[in-house]
Design a protein around this ligand. Structure first.
Ligand SMILES: Nc1ncnc2c1ncn2[C@@H]1O[C@H](COP(=O)(O)OP(=O)(O)O)[C@@H](O)[C@H]1O
Ligand SMILES: [Mg+2]
Length: 222
């Protein structure tokens, strides 16, 4: 489903050139759940951004379903991002001054989903993270853990093929962390889908079928 070969990424700052990713090989099949662990600053978020087409790599190849992702024009890349990927950002990235409902409705509106269907999907996504009772709540009044669960629901509402989740359970208690992982697992095993999750939590990594380690710019187990 997803195949990255020799991915590299450097950041050129005024002082130095930082080679964060040197050589990343990663192959993910449909139905797989993959955890990526590694020290802070090792490039885990950078790798997820590249896989989600939010950041171009400085080298390597990346294909999805046999199609080259890196030579797509910007519009097609944006289309892929919207339709194929569900992103849970490390810092929830909820839209400020909006409600839970609006945060979930925007991606559905962009995707052209009709009103009645939007409502069904929003309710189902919020139910899956135990937040149906907060549907009209302003997001800035939610607790950190609740915001994280909204971010998870938002990533799933468009029914993405690939879920990319950056520490999605970092602010959750054990029970909600496990609930989110079980939900991911269910979604992935039901369809032609995949999950790539960055985590520090060994219990979360153990929920995945494969654990890869990112260290010194190289991914082991990819
Ligand atoms: N846009 C950027 N410009 C310069 N350095 C960056 C940029 N983005 C990330 N970095 C650096 O790259 C390294 C890896 O960052 P990141 O991928 O966020 O690591 P992780 O998610 O594993 O903690 C860090 O040292 C970070 O400071
Ligand atoms: Mg990170």
């Amino acid at each position: 489903m997803l195949q990255a070969r020799g991915l590299a990424r450097q950041f050129d700052t005024t002082a130095e050139s930082l080679h964060v990713l040197k050589h990343v090989d990663l192959e993910v099949r449909a139905g797989e759940t993959v955890a990526i662990i590694g020290p802070s600053g090792s490039g885990k978020s950078t790798l997820l951004f590249i896989l989600g087409l939010l950041l171009p790599p400085s080298g390597g190849s990346y294909r999805m379903g046999g199609q080259d992702m890196l030579t797509l024009d910007r519009r097609t890349q944006a289309e892929f991002r919207r339709r194929r990927f569900g992103f849970v950002f490390q810092s929830c990235n909820l839209i400020e001054h909006t409600t839970v409902w609006e945060n979930l409705e925007f991606p559905l509106m962009y995707a052209g989903v009709a009103r009645a269907e939007r409502e069904d999907r929003i309710r189902a996504a919020l139910d899956s993270v135990d937040l149906a009772h907060r549907i009209r709540h302003p997001t800035n009044l939610l607790s950190g853990g609740e915001q994280q669960r909204v971010a998870v629901a938002r990533a799933l509402v468009n029914r993405p093929q690939v879920i990319l989740a950056d520490e999605p359970t970092g602010q959750l208690d054990r029970a909600h962390g496990r609930q989110v992982m079980e939900h991911f697992e269910r979604i992935v095993s039901e369809g032609e889908k995949a999950l790539i999750v960055v985590t520090h939590d060994a219990a979360i990594a153990e929920c995945c079928r494969r654990v890869c380690t990112l260290e010194d710019g190289v991914l082991n187990g990819g």
